[in-house]
Structures are given as C-alpha cells and as structure tokens.
Design a protein around this ligand. Structure first.
Ligand SMILES: Cc1ncc(COP(=O)(O)O)c(C=O)c1O
Length: 413
C-alpha cells in the first residue's frame, strides 16, 4: 500500500497573516474579500515601507543637495529599477511612473497618439476593453480624425474572434488590448498578437492591469511597445502605476504634461526637456507610492508569480465548478486560459440584491458593468456579479461564498 502524498499548496495559507485588513469581521462575519480585480489588500511589508519612507526619508526628489532629498531620490529611482526588473525591460529608462493604468494609457494616447495618428488612421481595440482602454482612444479619435475598430468577442465564452485579424492589422496603426479581461477573466494571447502586429508594422499597447500581479510578465517575451499597470492591483498603494514604453518610441514622443521635474532648461517662450523617462513625469511624483509598489513587487516575487497564477486559477476553477450547480446561472468567460475571477448572472436574482445580501454576511463581491459597458451591451446584460480572487484567498472562502449564494437564492426565489 502506498501512502497518499499530499502536495504542498502553491501558496501557504499563512500569507493571510501578512494582511491586517483580512483579519476583520464585517457585519459580524469573517471578511471574505473577493473584490481583488478592483483593488487588492496590502501586506504589512508594503504598509511598513510607506511608513518608513515618511518617517525617515521624506523630501522632494531630484532637487535638493541635502541628505533627505538624496535618500528620497534614491528610493524613488531604486523603485524604477525594481519595476524594470519585474518586467524585464531592456533599460530602466523604459519605466515611466504614472498614477495607474488609466493615466498610463492616457499618456500613450496624448503623446504617441497625437504625434503618430491622423485623419483616417485606425486604432484597433477589442470589445472587451475596460473604459480606461477605450475612452482615451475615443478622445484621441475625436481630436485627430482617427477611427476605432474592434476585434469582436465570440459570446459568453469571452474569447476574441481573431478570424479577420490579419485584415484588421493590415488597416491599423495601433493595437491596444487587455492582457486579462477584468470582466470575463479571459487571458488573451498577447505575445502572439504582438508578434502578428509587429509583422504588420502595427504599434502595440498592453493593458496589464489584471495580469501584472497575477502571472509572470516579461515585456521582451511579450514583444509589446507599451504596457500599462496599476500598483494597487498588485498589493501596492493606490495612486501609483507604470507605463513601460519602448525607448525608441519615447524619444519621438512629445511631453505629456509640463511643469517641474521634466525640464532641463526653461526660458519665457520655450523650454528644453529632460530625456525620457523624466520628460514624462512632470511635477512632484508619488514617491511613497513608488516605494510601496517596489516593496509589493518584492513581496510577490518572494511568493513566486507562477505560484500565484496556479493558486488564482485553482480558486477560479473551483468557484466555477461550484457555481455550475446553480439553476439558471449564466457564467461568462472561457473555461480554459482564464485568470482568477468568475462573472455570472443568476436568473430571477437581481445583482444588487445579491451583492448587498452577500455583504451582510461578510462577503465582498462586485456587481455592475465593471467599467466594460460595451462588453455588457454585447452580452445583452446590464450587470454581472464578479468574484475575483488573489493568492490570500482560500478554497474555504469559496465554499463560504457558495453557501451565502445558496441562502440568497433561497430567499429571493
Ligand atoms: C483591465 C483594466 N484596465 C484598466 C483598469 C484601470 O485601472 P486604474 O483604475 O488602476 O487606472 C482596470 C481597473 O479595474 C482594469 O481592470
């Protein structure tokens, strides 16, 4: 007889102890936090790094010759090195700090877009984009006369319909799309799409808001020209994010905003700018945010991004399997190649009632269009319920969520 070998979980449950916010009760019940696609909780290592920065090193960057300013500058620039390692960029200068994914994409649209697109040029997006990867391009199209085209979504299985891709790429100047859909969980084949876009001479921009903290990411393997991410979705603070921009493109891009930090020399009528990336970082940056995000990246790499991916996928598959037993459920997104979230609607159960009653029992999920209104229009639903997981969530929590859902369904039907 052979003894059954229990494999080690990819992420030990003890990681929960690192997250003070997870240890609380909500409405008398232990918190089950399943709103990680909106923002993640923060480990002590991040909270302490931010506190330490303010307690010991706080000053403005790149300006002073005093000790604290030197320390603040070093901390901020070290964070740039850390992000460059995290994404394996060819150079540290490829990293531009922004407020988040939204600002990063707006930066690309306002600078690269304004310099490179004109009347009739085509910006290729997909039907599953977050409003952050849609509205900036709409604004650019209105200003320049460029046009938007969309790669369709197949249906409830949430895949991209790539049948006409070569023809679409043949017309386009830019392809911008999400790596992982925040509404469907679809993991798009971005490396392949970037290679095909490059072959067609199309510039690429990847919205990595939902992927950067969930799977290994290497911009050189992906082969993209731009990539955007948010610190708060990978255990870092809010108000800090990153735009990776390929160096050759940065050189030809005009500044984003004007002000201090980005200038080399200013006269009354004209200015000379610093070289990238400082050219794109006007004003006092979010120094503490960069420090906190850097600590978050250390934390994630310590856990191992492959392990995080295995854990998240396991929870999403487990939740999906359990949800399938509900009568009248419609689950969105692919069965394979999906990230750590599940979106669904339940017949005769209003999403708002569902989320409110779940909250009463300590379970935090999100309902609505998740900033993907055109996708929801395409699927013919005004709102979905979304449970989104991270490495500190457990199968037991999924079990609790299912139990709560059963109670809600019983009460409402
Ligand atoms: C796919 C995707 N893109 C962009 C964003 C915008 O991120 P932020 O609000 O941090 O700028 C989000 C946020 O939910 C997202 O999920």
């Amino acid at each position: 007889m052979t003894a059954e070998v229990q494999s080690e979980p990819a992420i030990p449950e003890t990681v929960r102890d690192d997250f003070p916010a997870l240890a609380q009760k909500i409405n008398g019940h232990p918190l089950v936090y399943f709103d990680n696609a909106a923002t993640t909780q923060k480990p002590r290592a991040v909270l302490e790094a931010v506190a330490k920065y303010y307690e010991h090193d706080n000053a403005n960057v790149h300006r002073g010759i005093h000790e604290l300013s030197n320390r603040a500058t070093a901390a901020y620039e070290d964070a740039r090195d850390r992000v460059a390692r995290f994404l394996n960029t060819p150079a540290r200068e490829d990293i531009i700090f922004t407020r988040g994914t939204t600002e990063a994409i707006n930066l690309v649209a306002a600078t690269w877009g304004a310099a490179n697109l004109s009347e009739g040029d085509i910006i290729l997006l997909t039907e599953m984009e977050h409003h952050s990867n849609l509205v900036p391009w709409q604004l650019l199209a209105q200003r320049t006369g460029a046009r938007l085209e969309f790669i369709p979504v197949t249906g409830d299985d949430g895949l991209l319909d790539l049948t006409d891709l070569e023809a679409r790429l043949g017309r386009a100047k830019l392809l911008s799309l999400a790596h992982i859909s925040n509404a469907l969980g679809t993991i798009n084949p971005v490396a392949d799409l970037c290679a095909r876009a490059r072959a067609a001479g199309v510039t690429t921009c990847i919205d990595a808001a939902q992927s950067a903290g969930h799977l290994p990411l290497d911009v050189q393997t992906l082969g993209c020209d731009f990539l955007a991410l948010s610190g708060h979705k990978l255990c870092g603070p809010t108000g800090i994010g990153v735009l990776y921009a390929r160096r050759e493109l940065q050189d030809a891009m005009p500044p984003y905003q004007g002000g201090g930090e980005m200038i080399a020399k200013v006269a009354l009528e004209t200015s000379e700018y610093h070289p990238p990336p400082h050219k794109f970082e006007a004003g006092t940056p979010n120094i503490a945010g960069a420090v906190g995000m850097s600590a978050a990246l250390d934390y994630l790499d310590e856990l191992g991004r492959e392990n995080i991916c295995v854990h998240d996928t396991d929870l999403a598959n487990y939740a999906r399997d359990q949800l399938e037993s509900f009568e009248g459920i419609r689950i969105f997104g692919p069965e394979e190649e999906r990230g750590g979230l599940v979106s669904f609607v339940l017949k005769d159960v209003h999403a708002l009632d569902l989320a409110t009653m779940a909250d009463q029992q300590g379970v935090a999920i999100r309902i609505g269009h998740h900033c993907t209104q055109p996708l929801h229009d395409r699927l013919g639903v005004p709102a979905t319920a979304r449970a989104s997981f991270y490495f500190y969530n457990t199968r037991a929590e999924v079990g609790r969520f299912i139990e709560v859902l059963q109670n809600v369904v019983q009460l409402l039907r």
